[in-house]
Design a protein around this ligand. Structure first.
Ligand code: SAH
Ligand code: MG
Length: 213
């Protein structure tokens, strides 16, 4: 795997190494067929794993993030990090760190950052995607918006990956798990084994049309 593990260790983020390797492996298969998209790049850790796979296939990764942080990244909250707080703007801003990561990982010709909310980016989206990784806001409203606005863009046999799945409510928030179950209940996706908290779903093939069984 062409990923610099010492670089990965230096990138701030919320992704376990085993989960990252699984992201890379799935993206390597998926991106043969089309571009990938992630929701929630933060400082670029997941971006490097998925982006490295896309680069190998001369494919593109769209990374959607407003770079203003989720609820838990705001001042006074559990995952606030003063190093990604812009005191002049008085707001979280992870975009400078994200750009630095792209430069260090040599992914500037592979990753297209889309700096806005996932909802806005979805509004005019029409490109079929071989992989979507949902790792944005963890309120139910945010997770549900990510799922409902994007899941339909996964191409047949493409992947829908959802981070932070905790089946036991004592271990973590339930929003990602709830959208994982919605995706399963939709009948559009079939499950693959999870890696830690990374849920892996694959879109079913198009049903055969009556004229072309
Ligand atoms: N995948 C990252 C971690 C993402 S943290 C890693 O590997 O480390 C969640 C990110 O989602 C934050 O950067 C936050 O700014 C972004 N986010 C939260 N809600 C969002 C929304 N509605 N639209 C776009 N980005 C959002
Ligand atoms: Mg996460």
């Amino acid at each position: 795997m062409s990923i610099d593990s010492s670089l990965i260790k230096r990138i701030k983020g919320f992704l376990d190494e085993e989960e990252g390797r699984r992201l890379y492996e799935i993206a390597l298969t998926a991106s043969i067929k089309g571009p990938c998209l992630e929701i929630g790049g933060y400082c670029g850790k997941s971006t490097v794993y998925i982006g490295a796979a896309c680069k190998e296939n001369r494919q593109i990764l769209f990374s959607v993030d407003h770079h203003r942080g989720s609820e838990e990244h705001q001042p006074g909250q559990e995952y606030f990090d003063a190093r990604v707080f812009d005191p002049k703007a008085n707001r979280v801003d992870t975009f400078p760190a994200f750009r630095k990561t792209l430069e260090l990982a040599q992914l500037e010709d592979t990753v297209i950052p889309i700096v806005c909310s996932s909802e806005l980016a979805a509004r005019c989206w029409t490109t079929p995607l071989s992989l979507i990784f949902i790792d944005g806001g963890h309120s139910y409203k945010a997770a549900y918006t990510d799922y409902s606005a994007w899941a339909g863009h996964v191409m047949p046999e493409g992947y829908l990956l959802i981070h932070d799945i905790f089946e036991d409510p004592a271990k973590g928030g339930q929003a990602p798990y709830r959208i994982y179950k919605l995706a399963l209940d939709s009948g559009l996706f079939r499950p693959h084994p999870k890696t830690k908290t990374l849920g892996v779903l694959q879109r079913n093939p198009c049903p055969a049309s009556p004229s072309n069984p």
